[in-house]
Design a protein around this ligand. Structure first.
Ligand code: S3P
Length: 179
């Protein structure tokens, strides 16, 4: 087992379907640090699934909850309390929010995971838990969002393009890049 000396959280950003959660879990195991999924923490805090948060309160409300949860996970209020060594997967829109992005850039090693649209479309097709894809053509929505979000994702410290290679391979490439 490789235990590299990362001293800041590693935060994965990028589009829905790119594999942030699965890759994040594998990377955390390789680094021997805890893995945290921001979407899961938001659902826990709100005691509600994400599609219901969107439906009941709208996206701006979701974004402010997301901002608070990520701030807590990155130890914004109390820098000493949360463990610094961790891998955090964020929802696809988190890094687009100016405050959340500034916080991540300040506190963490940010990693943008990207892949081609075909891979994203195939991967989001496996689950129906993404409010932003409801009632539309997933390929069109993903293509548009990816273009809109690119200028923000590009601000991440590390860029990894994954295609549809196995998630373990992607995790290994991140490991090399942050080392
Ligand atoms: C979103 C992505 C989702 C989730 C929410 C909004 C987005 O997370 O946070 O549905 O704006 O791209 P994943 O990227 O994990 O699917």
């Amino acid at each position: 087992r490789i235990a590299r000396r990362i001293d800041r959280p590693v935060v994965l950003v990028g589009m829905m379907g790119v594999g942030k959660t699965t890759v994040g879990r594998k990377l955390a195991a390789m680094l021997d640090v805890p893995f945290v999924d921001a979407d899961e923490e938001i659902e826990r805090a709100a005691q509600m699934p994400i599609p219901e948060i969107f439906a009941a309160y709208g996206e701006p409300h979701f974004r402010s909850g997301e901002r608070r949860v990520i701030a807590r996970l990155l130890g914004h209020e109390n820098p000493d309390a949360p463990r610094k060594r961790k891998v955090l997967a964020t929802g696809g829109g988190a890094f687009v929010d100016p405050d959340t992005r500034a916080l991540i850039l300040d506190k963490a090693i940010s990693v943008w995971l990207d892949s081609d649209i075909d891979t994203l479309v195939e991967r989001v097709g496996r689950k129906d838990n993404r409010p932003l894809l409801r009632g539309g053509n997933p390929r069109e929505i993903l293509t548009r969002l990816r273009e809109e979000r690119r200028p923000f994702y590009q601000q991440a410290a590390i860029h990894i393009t994954s295609g549809n290679q196995p998630h373990t391979v992607t995790a290994g490439r991140i490991l090399k890049a942050i080392d």
